[in-house]
Design a protein around this ligand. Structure first.
Ligand SMILES: NC(=O)c1ccc[n+]([C@@H]2O[C@H](COP(=O)([O-])OP(=O)(O)OC[C@H]3O[C@@H](n4cnc5c(N)ncnc54)[C@H](O)[C@@H]3O)[C@@H](O)[C@H]2O)c1
Length: 355
C-alpha cells in the first residue's frame, strides 16, 4: 500500500514511518519541518532498511499535496501543532494549522480521489469533566483550543464518512512516551512539555528542578494519575487502524493502556532508568488538570486486537537511552543548543522519589 504520512518527520511520525516501511508499505512524507527533523526521517529509513520520499512543505499547499497524493491509497494525518499551553496563548494559530490545514488536506484528498484516512486525535478532546475511565462515547468538552481543534477534525471526518462514504479512523492518543529500542529516534527533550522529558531535563540540568504540579490530589500518593503509552506501541496501533479502514465509516479509538501511573511513579521510573535522582519541587495544582486521566482501551482491543506490549519502565528506559545516545537531539533540521550533560552518576545520588 502507498501511504502518505503528514508530519512524518516529527516524534510520532518518525516511529510510524519505521513501522510502515517495516511492514512493506511505500511511504511518502509531507512535513514543513516546523517542529520535525530531516534527520529523524533519515534515521527512520536506516532503522527500517528501506527508503521513503519526503516533500518539504505545508499540508495547505495544494500543488504540493497534489504531487504528494499521486498514487496514494491512504493518508495518515499527523501534521499539527500539539502544545496545550501554547494553544491557550495563541488559539488562532491552532485553528489555522490544525483545522484549516486539515480542511485543505481533505480538499486535496477529494481532488486526488483518496478517501481513506487515519487521524491523530488526542485524549485532550475529552476535557476535565468526563468521568473516568474515558470511553470513546464519553462526552467530549475540550478544555483547550488544542483539544477543540482535534475534536473538530474528528467531526469533519465523521461528516466525510457520512456524505462521501469515506473510511476514517481517529486515534485518541493518551500520553506517548519513550523512544525506539535502537535509541536512534526519540523525542528531543529541550522543547517537549510532557512529564518524562521534563523529568529527564531536570536530571541533566541539575539546577533545573522538576515542578510537580499538585501533591494533594485524592490519589494514592497525592499526585495526578495518567495513562502512558510507549511510542512503538502507538506506532503499531496505526497499522491495526489500517485494517479498520476496510469498511466505510468513521471509527474512534482510545489508544492507551488503561493503567494509571502517578507523577511520582514516573519520576521513580526515571530514577531507576538513569541511576540518578530527579530534583523535585512542589508546585500548586495547575488550572484544568484533573486528578486522573485514564483510557478505557477495550474498544480498540476488542475490534482490532490491540494490546500494548511495553510497561512504564520500558517506556522511560527507552527515553533515557535515546537521550544518553543523542544528548543534542537530531543533527539536521532544527538544532538544539543543549549543553553537554553530566551523565555520570554523582556520589550520593541515590534513586528516590521524594521532595
Ligand atoms: N506527542 C503527544 O503527546 C501527542 C498526544 C496526542 C496527540 N498527538 C498528535 O500527534 C500528532 C503528532 O505529534 P508529535 O508528537 O509527533 O508532534 P511533532 O511536533 O513532533 O510532529 C508534528 C509534525 O508535523 C509537522 N507539521 C506541523 N504542521 C505542519 C504543516 N502545516 N504542514 C506540514 N507539516 C507540519 C511538524 O514539522 C512535525 O514534524 C499531532 O497531530 C499531535 O496533535 C500528539
Amino acid at each position: 500500500m502507498r501511504i502518505l504520512v503528514t508530519g512524518g518527520a516529527g516524534y510520532i511520525g518518525a516511529h510510524l514511518v519505521v513501522e510502515l516501511l517495516g511492514a512493506g508499505h511505500d511511504v511518502v512524507v509531507v512535513d514543513d519541518l516546523s517542529t520535525g527533523h530531516v534527520d529523524a526521517l533519515a534515521r527512520a529509513q536506516s532503522i527500517a532498511g528501506r527508503t521513503c520520499s519526503l516533500l518539504v512543505g505545508d499540508i495547505a499547499d495544494r500543488d504540493l499535496m497534489a504531487r504528494a497524493l499521486d498514487g496514494v491509497d491512504t493518508v495518515m494525518h499527523l501534521a499539527a501543532f500539539k502544545q496545550v499551553g501554547e494553544s491557550m496563548a495563541r488559539p488562532e494559530r491552532y485553528f489555522r494549522n490544525n483545522v484549516g490545514g486539515l480542511a485543505s488536506l481533505l480538499e486535496s484528498m477529494v481532488e486526488a480521489g483518496v478517501s481513506r484516512i487515519v487521524y491523530s486525535s488526542t485524549a485532550a478532546v475529552y476535557g476535565s469533566q468526563a468521568p473516568m475511565p474515558l470511553r470513546e462515547d464519553s462526552a467530549a468538552f475540550p478544555d483547550s483550543p488544542y483539544g477543540l481543534t482535534k475534536l473538530q477534525g474528528e467531526g469533519m471526518l465523521h461528516q466525510l464518512a457520512r456524505c462521501r462514504d469515506w473510511s476514517a479512523v481517529s486515534l485518541r492518543y493518551f500520553n506517548p512516551v519513550g523512544a525506539h529500542p535502537s535509541a536512534r529516534i526519540g523525542e528531543p527533550i529541550e522543547v517537549a512539555a510532557s512529564l518524562v522529558p521534563r523529568a529527564l531535563r531536570a536530571l541533566l540540568h541539575r539546577d533545573d528542578r522538576l515542578t510537580v504540579f499538585g501533591t494533594d490530589y485524592d490519589t494514592p500518593d497525592g499526585t495526578c494519575l495518567r495513562d502512558y503509552i510507549h511510542i512503538v506501541d502507538l506506532a503499531r496501533a496505526h497499522l491495526l487502524a489500517l485494517r479498520a479502514l476496510d469498511a466505510p465509516g468513521h471509527r474512534v479509538y482510545n489508544v492507551g493502556t488503561g493503567r494509571p501511573h502517578s507523577v511520582l511513579e514516573v519520576v521513580a521510573a526515571c530514577e531507576r532508568a538513569s541511576g540518578m535522582r530527579v530534583p523535585l519541587v512542589r508546585g500548586d495544582r495547575r488550572p484544568g488538570d484533573v486528578p486522573v486521566a485514564l483510557a478505557d482501551p477495550s474498544r480498540f482491543r476488542e475490534d482490532m486486537g490491540f494490546e500494548a506490549r511495553y510497561g512504564l519502565d520500558a517506556m522511560v528506559t527507552s527515553a533515557w537511552n535515546w537521550l544518553v545516545n543523542n544528548p543534542r537531539g537530531y543533527l539536521l533540521g532544527r538544532r538544539f543548543a543543549l549543553p553537554r550533560p553530566q551523565l555520570r552518576r554523582r556520589a550520593g545520588d541515590r534513586p528516590q522519589s521524594a521532595f
